[in-house]
Design a protein around this ligand. Structure first.
Ligand SMILES: Cc1ncc(COP(=O)(O)O)c(C=O)c1O
Length: 510
């Protein structure tokens, strides 16, 4: 079997699925091998008819191309087939349960897609005259209203484009507030169980990060937190429900201690789907919190976005929200784009992800208040069903019920020769995307399962049967079933260390 420079079998020599069926195309049955688009296309081919370029007047001020860019050209059907074949080699929420903990990969109601594709929203342009996009502004205003209502917080910034971007927005507002009162502080406290984006955000904003340990019950060690709080601490970044899938019950006491020290409370709201309609972060003393609109309300993230991470703010921070934002006027809506002294300025070029705004509002309005509460309850119920159904064969990391995700560790694999990674890879052979592995870091060999509210009992029972079967096989010593898994995926076990340390990011022809 011959490989190209990327270590992939080439179409010309076959070897896609199985060496014994080597053929010119590399296809086996209806499982089609797929070369890179650079290998499929040629610079001579094009899928569109353009007029001869020689006659075009180029006005790029001396930046005209002097040579071919060498992009592969393909006819339209070949492009469609290429991406369709690739999509069939992938796994998505529309194929089955996607239990990736902390990522909230849930069903995206098609109603929301339909709304986002309405021409008035789908074809909108950020530079359109304000009078032409009043409906879009109205939608943003209404979305803002419901985000503030659900959290009981007085201000919101819609423009951040992902959860991590929302964290950046929140911490920049905190920094602006501290600067405004002439209070230079240099530390941000993050619990050990925090998502990596929390300490990364703090460091990116110029703060030193101090880690706060977790207690044996998976919650933040409040005594250690209080001991670390002094007048050098700018903020505490805490996730609630936390990444162990547990609600931080001492959150009010934590908020009081943070404020007493003159610091701000940033809440990572990535897990808000577990408490929406049930708990208002504003009532818990939170100063800033991002939502991952793409996780909480609609459209699971993955595949690189686009996402949306609006941030809600308390009274103490609301003066520092970024521009642009929508305001209601006597005769419609306007966009505030001018920066006053307090505002942190502009975080993004334009208003944010319109498509996500439409999907999120559509999710909220189609569920209604009761429906949103029900979705939160179902997310928690489903996670507890998984936890209770697997606790006798796998090791649950903490006692008692969980919130929206069930956390297991690798103690049940002790002495089996099977690791968390092996177990996760074997799930692929069972037809499932693996759960989140080795996160959170506070438990050894973590396996974090988030079924979300959108799975039926039948789907979960099937998933649970597969997981029980795997746990049984590992304990019965069927090591080979795990060590080389996946055996039935288009590609076998990849070298993840090399992929991370020496990523091949650019195609180079031989
Ligand atoms: C707890 C937590 N915080 C922050 C993030 C970052 O969000 P995003 O991927 O939208 O940037 C995630 C993403 O999964 C998360 O789970």
């Amino acid at each position: 079997m011959s490989m190209n420079s990327q270590g992939r079998p080439t179409a010309a020599t076959g070897g896609g699925e199985s060496a014994q069926f080597e053929s010119f195309s590399g296809h086996v049955g209806l499982r089609l091998a797929e070369p890179l688009i650079y290998e499929l296309g040629t610079v001579e081919t094009t899928g569109v008819d353009f007029e001869a370029l020689d006659d075009l007047e180029l006005a790029v001020g001396g930046l005209e191309r002097t040579s071919e860019i060498g992009c592969p050209g393909l006819a339209e059907p070949d492009v469609v087939r290429h991406y369709t074949r690739l999509s069939r080699r992938n796994y998505g929420i529309d194929m089955g349960v996607f239990p990736l903990g902390s990522c909230t990969m849930k069903h995206n109601p098609r109603l929301n897609e339909k709304m986002a594709r309405l021409p008035g929203f789908g074809d909108i342009h950020p530079l359109a005259p304000k009078r032409a996009v009043q409906g879009a502004f109205q939608l943003m205003d209404e979305l803002s209203h419901w985000l503030m209502t659900l959290t009981n917080m007085p201000a919101v910034a819609l423009s951040p484009k992902a959860g991590a971007h929302g964290e950046l927005c929140g911490v920049m507002a905190i920094r602006a507030a501290l600067e405004a009162r002439g209070d230079a502080r240099e530390i941000i406290l993050c619990p050990e169980s925090a998502h990596g984006t929390n300490p990364a955000t703090a460091a990116f904003c110029g703060y030193k990060v101090k880690s706060i340990p977790a207690k044996d019950n998976g919650k933040v060690d409040i005594d250690a937190l209080k001991a670390a709080l002094d007048d050098t601490v700018a903020a505490v970044m805490l996730t609630n429900p936390n990444t162990c899938g547990l609600f931080e019950t001492e959150i009010r006491e934590i908020a009081d201690a943070i404020h007493k020290a003159g610091a701000f409370f940033y809440c990572d709201g990535a897990n808000f789907n577990a408490i929406m309609g049930k708990v208002c972060p504003g009532d818990l003393g939170v100063d800033a919190m991002h939502f991952n609109l793409h996780k909480t309300f609609s459209t699971p993230h993955g595949g690189g976005g686009p996402g949306s991470g609006p941030v809600v703010f308390s009274d103490a921070l609301k003066a520092h929200v970024p521009v642009p934002y929508v305001v209601k006027t006597a005769d419609g809506f306007d966009l505030v784009e001018d920066i006053d002294d307090a505002s942190m300025g502009r975080l993004t070029a334009f208003h944010g992800q319109m498509g996500m705004y439409v999907r999120a509002l559509s999710y909220m309005l189609s569920h209604g208040g009761d429906g949103i509460q029900q979705a939160a309850e179902d997310a928690v119920l489903n996670a507890n069903y998984v936890l209770a159904s697997l606790s006798d064969v796998m090791t649950a990391s903490f006692d008692g019920p969980c919130m929206h995700e069930a956390l297991f560790d690798d103690r049940f694999l002790k002495d089996t020769g099977v690791t968390t990674l092996d177990f996760a890879k074997a799930m692929i052979d069972e037809g499932y995307h693996p759960m989140t592995m080795y996160f959170p870091l506070v438990v050894h060999g973590a396996m974090l399962i988030e079924p979300t509210e959108s799975e039926s009992k039948a789907n979960m029972d099937q998933f649970i049967r597969s997981m029980r079967g795997l746990a049984g096989a590992a304990k019965a010593g069927e090591v080979e079933r795990f060590s080389g898994a996946p055996y039935h995926a288009p590609w076998g076990r990849l070298d993840e260390t090399q992929a991370a340390r020496q990523p091949v990011l650019r195609y180079a022809s031989e």
